[in-house]
Each structure stands twice: as structure tokens, then as C-alpha cells.
Design a protein around this ligand. Structure first.
Ligand code: AGP
Length: 623
């Protein structure tokens, strides 16, 4: 995963620019980090630490950098080599004059290392071979380092970089500087995200726009197998044959405030409270109050095409997978056959998917490697891909045939919350649109659906009123280490999501189960005082879950029910979190909210690092 940033320009505080960028990219990995600053005279200053950006910031706080011309920095999520200072990026060649940061995995690094026997390797990383290979290529091109003329060194640096890239197998977003050509950064991308920011007399690069959004929102999104030559005044793109390429610049409408905490203790809590906004923004202008839909103009998917696809195949990972799972229930309730796969499991069965099925891929980051691979295998099979993502210009958005964006702003906390409900919002819009066009939903029903959809943001706000009560419940279970979440039907994915959320930020054992499965095994783990969260919103769900609740209580378990106001007469839980009454379709948007709060306050009580839980990274760009 990892995050990289780069700066070409003369700001005296360039190191602060880079550290700020790293801080915003810490969600991508945070076990170690480092920075390299280059002066216009070719001096290089390099610092690395095991740990977070804060530690790096402290380490370099007394340094005075002068005549700055460029810099690169990195925050790491270890894949090859333990997290320590030696393995932290940047890495250097033998004499420390070429410096690199890298996000990705070099698959053939052992072969390359074996070829570079006379080089002095200082780390256990795959990355280090790249910089030694550049060094080797420079030596070959410069005939042992004879030329010192800048106009000669520029093309040598470029050609050596190009030769190196063509030898690498695997995934990479790379930025390199060489102190013989101060002020120049060479960058390249294959499968790992990389964006370039255009400023005034300064330019930037980053794994995502949050890394430089404070300075510019004019952005180039790099494609696979592209190189960028960057200095303070120029950004020039090339392909891997060294041929120049033209690229369009895009304006990003996120502002930097959206990527800050705004008074909340954690990004996660802020993002839980932003769900009304995220949901509202995602449906805005897509569903008119009268129940008319203007989606066709946005997605360029014709009525004929919608009528012609046979079914939906969902693919996604983690929380996005749970949103997709709600989507499956939703589409099927609206008469559209749907299937779902974990993106990581999908490629092996892509070949047997009906070619007329529309593949819907959901991803907050738009960069998840498993989802991307699933998309590629579905395309190979001949399927059309429809992406739902939060990240404009992301790889998934560009590799898909159709895309709609969720508009919930940048999600920084590793645990996904507002992106989830915004993904549901997008799914409601799509389900309404598709089922109306396919003739499964008549105009009056479609209008009712649309009208209720437009009310959901208000109900999200109302549901958040349960926060204090959720805190009280959390206190009652401060000594418990095992949790069970059960539900049926369209709320079943919410039981999975409740368990995932709790696991990832509190490190406690939690399982999500279809309530009907309880008696087939999980009931055995219920013991005195064990918390069981039961979610039910429809009459059928209540009628059935009633039995699970009683069976749990009879074995000493404590039941926390999440249900609407009307359900009190049907169930007798120990704790009862009320959500507003909505029709079955929309219940998951509301039932998930108490579970997000439950996970948050449980993790808070146990002093966990909520926004950056151990072993995780937000954007999972390795398979
Ligand atoms: C959610 O809380 C997780 N951190 C994780 O499961 C995430 O949803 C998953 O990695 C998918 O990410 P994406 O939406 O960016 O593809």
C-alpha cells in the first residue's frame, strides 16, 4: 500500500509541504516513513524513522534546509522486510546520490538483485533493487560516469529510468531524484496510483490528491505505464517507449477542510456524523422530488443497454462488499437477478459469468487491487463494468465502462463509514433507475420509492441521536472480548458490517451471522453475559429473530436489539436501540449507524488507535 509524495520547487519549507502530504497519506500505511530533500547545489538530506510521520517531523525539526529544489517522501505499510529504519524509504543507490520512494511490489526483485552482485544493498526491501538498477543503467549510458554536463545528464537520467522500468515486473508508483540533476523528479506508474499536481512555479506528486490539495487542485491522473518528468516549471508525460504523451488536466472540487478533523476527536467519528451529508450529496440531482430520474445523462448508459443486461454481478471487498451485499438484496427485491462475489474470489469464476450480466464494482478508494483484478477478469470475459467509487480519476473509475461517484468527500479513517452509506445511496439510485426502465417498478411505485429515498438524510440525522445510549451500552460490556451480530434478509450484510467494524478498530473477536444459522453452530459460543446484537426491521425478520433472542437469553447471553419503534411489542431484548421506521429497502442505511458508533466507542474505551488500527491500511493496493 504505502503513500508517496514529491515536490519540485523552491519553497523554503518544502519539507513541511512533504510532511503535511505524508500525514494526509498516513491512512495508506504508517509503520515507518522517510524524506529526502535536494538542494539546487545537489546536496541531499535524508531522514527515516520507524513509526509515524510525527516522529519523522520531530527528528528533522531542527534541520535547516537551504536552496531547496526538490524532495520526495514516503509512508510505509510493510510488505517485504520488517518495519524498521533500514527498510523505510527513501532508498538510495551505492553512493547515496540517487534516491527513490516506491509504492507497490517488485515481483522479480530477487532476479534483479542476483544480477547486481557488485552493489551494496542495505535493506530487505524489493524497492531497493530499482534504485541500484537505475545506478547501473546510468553507469552503462554514461560510460562510467564521464559526463558531468547537465544537458547530457538529463537524457541519461531519463533513459536509465526508462530502461529500469522496462525490466521491472509487478506494481509500482515511483518517484526518483538524482543529485546530479537537481530539481528534477522522474515518476512512473504501473498498477499503483499516482497523481501529479500542477502549481505556479512548483509542482507536486502524490499517491492521491489529498497529498497536495492545499496547494493546488489542478491534477493529472497518471495511467499505467506512464512516466512523468517533473521540475518546478514543467510536467511532461511519456510512455514506456519514451514517446511524449498529451494528458488532460482535471480540476478537483474537494477542499482541504474536508480532509481535516473539524473539532472531532477522530476522523472516524467526524465521518460517522457526515453521513447525512454524504447520502444527500450522492442522491442530489439524481432523483428529482417528483420521482423522475436524470441518471441517463450522467452515465451514458442507454435505455436499450439497461433493458438488455440479463442480471447484475456485484464485486467488492470489505465494507464495500457489504454495501454490494445490500445491493444484491435490493435489486432482487426490485425484480433484478443479482449475484455477488468477494473481488478476491471472483477472477477464478469470471469465465462462467453470463456475458450479458452487468458487473457492478464498488470501491471507496477506487484503487483496491483485488477489485481491480476482478474488473479486469470480468472485462476479459466480455462483461461491461459499472463502477461506484468515491474517488474521481481513480484507476477503477478509469477502467470501467460506466461510473457514478459517491459524493461524501474524502474518507480518511481506515474504518469505512460514510463511504458505506453513500455507496448504499448510489445503489438506491441505480436500483430505482434500472428497475423502472426494465418495467419492474411502475411509475407510482417508483415515485413512492424516490420520495422515501429523499427523506433518508433526515432520518440518518435522527438515528444519530442514539449516540449517548450506545455509549451507555458499551460501558456495560467493557470486560467482554467476544461479540456476535445476527440479522436476516437485507439486514444480514449489516450484521457482517457491524462485526467487521468492531474487529478492525477494537481488535476484539466479533462474528456476523445470518440469524437462521445460529442453531447450526454459533449458538454453542453463547455463555453468560455474552453480547449478541440482533438487527430486525420487517415483521418477518422480527417474527423469526424473536426465537434467536429468546434462545440467546436462555443461555445467559445479553441481547442488544436494533429495530424500529414499532417492534417493541414483538421482542424482549436487554437493550433496545430504536431507529426510525422506514420501508424494508432503506433499513440498512439506518441500522448500520448504531453499529458504527458501537465499534467506535468500544475501541475508544480500550484506548485503540481508532483512525489507524494496527496492521491495516485504508487503500489496499496489493493482492
Ligand atoms: C473498511 O472499514 C475497511 N477498512 C476495508 O474493508 C475496505 O472497505 C476495503 O478494503 C475496500 O476498500 P475500497 O472500498 O477502497 O475498495
Amino acid at each position: 500500500m504505502c503513500g508517496i509524495v514529491g515536490y519540485a520547487g523552491e519553497k523554503n519549507n518544502a519539507w513541511e509541504v512533504l510532511l503535511k502530504g505524508l500525514k494526509r497519506l498516513e491512512y495508506r500505511g504508517y509503520d515507518s516513513c522517510g524524506i529526502a530533500i535536494e538542494s539546487s547545489k545537489g546536496e541531499l538530506f535524508l531522514d527515516r524513522v520507524k513509526g509515524r510521520v510525527e516522529a519523522l517531523s520531530e527528528k528533522i525539526s531542527n534541520k535547516k534546509y537551504k536552496n531547496i529544489s526538490a524532495g520526495i517522501a514516503h509512508t510505509r505499510w510493510a510488505t517485504h522486510g520488517v518495519p524498521n529504519e533500514e527498510n523505510a524509504h527513501p532508498h538510495t543507490d551505492c553512493d547515496g546520490s540517487i534516491v527513490i520512494v516506491h509504492n507497490g511490489i517488485i515481483e522479480n526483485y530477487i532476479e534483479i538483485k542476483n544480477e547486481l552482485k557488485d552493489h551494496n544493498f542495505k535493506s530487505d526491501t524489493d524497492t531497493e533493487v530499482i534504485v541500484h538498477l537505475i545506478e547501473d543503467n546510468i553507469k552503462k549510458l554514461n560510460k562510467g560516469g564521464k559526463s558531468n554536463r547537465l544537458e547530457m545528464l538529463h537524457p541519461i537520467f531519463f533513459q536509465a529510468f526508462l530502461n529500469t522500468l522496462n525490466k521491472l515486473k509487478g506494481s509500482f508508483a515511483i518517484a526518483v531524484i538524482w543529485n546530479k540533476v537537481p530539481g528534477v523528479i522522474l515518476a512512473a506508474r504501473r498498477f499503483s496510483p499516482l497523481v501529479i499536481g500542477k502549481g505556479e512555479g512548483e509542482n507536486f506528486l502524490s499517491s492521491d490528491v489529498a497529498g497536495f490539495l492545499e496547494y493546488t487542485n489542478n491534477v493529472y491522473f497518471m495511467d499505467d505505464d506512464e512516466i512523468a518528468f517533473i521540475d518546478k516549471n514543467n510536467i511532461v508525460f511519456f510512455d514506456f517507449n519514451g514517446k511524449k504523451k498529451n494528458k488532460d488536466i482535471k480540476k478537483i472540487d474537494w477542499d482541504i477542510k474536508m480532509a481535516e478533523k473539524g473539532g472531532y476527536k477522530h476522523f472516524m467519528l467526524k465521518e460517522i456524523h457526515e453521513q447525512e451529508m454524504g447520502f444527500e450529496n450522492t442522491i442530489a440531482r439524481r432523483v428529482l422530488p417528483v420521482g423522475e430520474y436524470i441518471l441517463n445523462k450522467e452515465i451514458n448508459l442507454t435505455i436499450e443497454e439497461i433493458k438488455n443486461f440479463s442480471s447484475i454481478q456485484f464485486i467488492a471487498c470489505g465494507t464495500a462488499y457489504h454495501a454490494a451485499y445490500v445491493g444484491k438484496y435490493l435489486f432482487e427485491k426490485l425484480g433484478i437477478k443479482s449475484d455477488i462475489d468477494l473481488a478476491s474470489e471472483f477472477p477464478q469464476r469470471a469465465k462462467i459469468i453470463d456475458k450479458k450480466a452487468l458487473v457492478i464494482a464498488i470501491s471507496q478508494s477506487g484503487e483496491t487491487a483485488d477489485t481491480l483484478e476482478a474488473i479486469r477478469s470480468a472485462k476479459k470475459n466480455g462483461n461491461k463494468i459499472f463502477a461506484i467509487t468515491n474517488t474521481v480519476g481513480s484507476t477503477i473509475s478509469r477502467e470501467s465502462d460506466y461510473v457514478i461517484y459517491t459524493h461524501c468527500g474524502p474518507e480518511i479513517a481506515v474504518a469505512s463509514t460514510k463511504a458505506f452509506t453513500a455507496q448504499l445511496a448510489a445503489l438506491y439510485v441505480l436500483a430505482l433507475h434500472f428497475s423502472y426502465i426494465k418495467g419492474n417498478l411502475l411509475i407510482t411505485k417508483a415515485r413512492e420509492f424516490a420520495e422515501e429515498l429523499l427523506e433518508i438524510p433526515k432520518l440518518i440525522k435522527k438515528t444519530l441521536e442514539c449516540e449517548e445510549y450506545v455509549k451507555e451500552i458499551v460501558d456495560k460490556f467493557e470486560d467482554r472480548n467476544d461479540y456476535l451480530f445476527i440479522a436476516r434478509g437485507i439486514n444480514y450484510p449489516i450484521a457482517l458490517e457491524g462485526a467487521l467494524k468492531l474487529k478492525e478498530i477494537s481488535y476484539l473477536h466479533a462474528e456476523g451471522y445470518a440469524a437462521g444459522e445460529m442453531k447450526h453452530g454459533p449458538i454453542a459460543i453463547i455463555s453468560d453475559g455474552m453480547p449478541v446484537v440482533a438487527i430486525a426491521t420487517t415483521q418477518t425478520e422480527l417474527d423469526l429473530i424473536k426465537g434467536n433472542i429468546e434462545e440467546t437469553k436462555a443461555r445467559g447471553g445479553k441481547v442488544i436489539a436494533i429495530a424500529d419503534e414499532d417492534s417493541k411489542k414483538f421482542i424482549r431484548p436487554d437493550f433496545y436501540i430504536k431507529i426510525p421506521k422506514v420501508s424494508e429497502y432503506f433499513a440498512p442505511v439506518l441500522t448500520v449507524i448504531p453499529l458504527q458508533l458501537f465499534a467506535y466507542y468500544t475501541a475508544l474505551k480500550r484506548g485503540r488507535d481508532i483512525d489507524k488500527p494496527r496492521n491495516l491500511a485504508k487503500s489496499v493496493t496489493v493482492r
